[in-house]
Design a binder for this molecule. Structure first.
Ligand code: ZN
Length: 94
């Protein structure tokens, strides 16, 4: 479950807190008053610092097509390398 950071927009309070929430409920805390001062505007911090850190975003595996993408890049640079498709390429090479 991803972690989201929230902060109270009351300058005199400035309470910050973090919650683990499913994406569908990410806006829920912004509809509740501040737990510290009851100020009614809670804002979600932008997730910018989390971009590029998939583990903190709750992603533990690379995207499904990541290895396909990498293989594609390798094949582009080394078009003659078999990359495991030995049957096909050997037949052509011989
Ligand atoms: Zn507050």
């Amino acid at each position: 479950m991803p972690r989201y950071d929230y902060y109270c927009s009351n300058e005199k309070c400035g309470t910050t807190f973090e919650l683990f929430l499913p994406m569908s409920r990410v806006d829920e805390p912004t509809q509740k008053p501040c737990p510290s001062c009851n100020y009614k505007t809670i804002l979600r911090k932008t997730a910018a610092p989390l971009i590029g850190d998939p583990v903190r975003m709750g992603v533990t595996k690379p995207p499904a097509d990541f290895s396909k993408y990498v293989l594609g890049k390798i094949k582009q640079k080394h078009p003659n390398h078999s990359m495991g498709n030995t049957k096909i390429n050997h037949a052509r090479d011989i």
